[in-house]
Design a binder for this molecule. Structure first.
Ligand code: NAD
Length: 253
């Protein structure tokens, strides 16, 4: 492990364009469960309430589940008012790497807004963000407020149905996020993958593309993933601990 950490720190020091790619694993230590794998949400909850067809057919029923799981339980609504997840040391460490000029962008599959709350600036939201609501009628976006969710389903002032601004099963990746991710994968000479199984399509193609364009891959995960066979350095352990050690090794406060 010590050798892997030194290699990873050296790669970060040498990189001219480093990109962080995160999955649900980075937020597990903030109290947000992953979807798949041990302790995964889908082992307890049927995910059909976030299929787009089901949502449109029964917005009230879907919204009851959505509110309970994504907002009351772990979604940040507003500081101190519902939602209890806060960024952890891994989110803060990645923001510190960016502030120190060691990381140029974060591509996250997560919808929890925790990178932004930790201070990361260049965040590409591959699957959208639960913090915003999108009007399916006029396309307006607004920040989620508890009063908006007092009656379900919530409606836009224009009368249109509001949907969380993250992608549901059956929807495509936001075009701009996809384009920016491909650009980052083409430019990067280093990809740091944190807490991602590499099983979710098409997100899992992004680090593979980066690798094919010559980037080195450093992976942090509790266990081996689909990325491990193509990673140059695999750092096994909890994201908070390993990101913290990397930041220390680079002498970043
Ligand atoms: P995933 O690809 O995001 O996999 C989670 C990975 O995290 C696994 O490989 C697991 O070994 C690893 N992991 C778990 N705890 C860890 C820790 N403490 N430190 C380091 N690694 C850890 O798969 P998923 O959970 O099935 O998610 C599917 C999709 O839904 C992804 O796009 C995911 O980002 C999104 N999702 C987002 C959130 C969120 O916004 N917080 C929560 C669940 C799922």
């Amino acid at each position: 492990m010590a050798e892997g950490l030194s290699q990873a720190a050296a790669l970060l020091r040498q990189a001219s364009h480093a990109v962080v790619f995160t999955g649900a694993g980075i937020s597990v230590e903030s109290g947000i469960p992953p979807f798949r794998g041990p302790g995964g949400l889908w082992s307890r909850v049927d995910p059909s309430f976030i299929e787009i067809g089901r949502f449109l057919a029964d917005p009230e029923g879907s919204w009851r589940r959505i509110k309970e799981i994504f907002y009351d339980f772990f979604g940040p609504v507003e500081a101190g008012r519902g939602g209890r997840a806060r960024p952890n040391a891994a989110h803060f460490g990645i923001a510190a790497l960016e502030a120190a000029g060691r990381v140029q962008a974060v591509i996250t599959q997560n919808i929890d807004n925790l990178h932004q709350e930790a201070g990361s600036r260049e965040v590409i939201e591959f699957h959208g963000n639960s913090r915003r609501l999108l009007c399916l009628e006029c396309g307006r976006r607004e920040e989620v407020r508890p009063e908006r969710l007092a009656e379900l389903p919530p409606y836009c002032p224009c009368g249109g149905l509001l949907k969380p601004d993250f992608i549901f099963f059956g929807e495509g990746i936001p075009e701009l996020a996809l384009k920016r991710s491909y650009q980052e994968a083409s430019k990067a000479d280093l990809f740091l993958i944190v807490g991602s199984s590499g099983e979710v399509q098409p997100a899992c193609q992004i680090p593979v593309l980066a690798k094919s364009r010559g980037a080195k891959l450093v992976e942090i995960n509790l266990r081996e993933s689909n990325f491990t066979p193509i990673s140059d350095v695999f750092l096994q352990g909890p994201a908070t601990e390993i990101v913290g050690e990397l930041v220390n090794k680079l002498g970043i406060k």
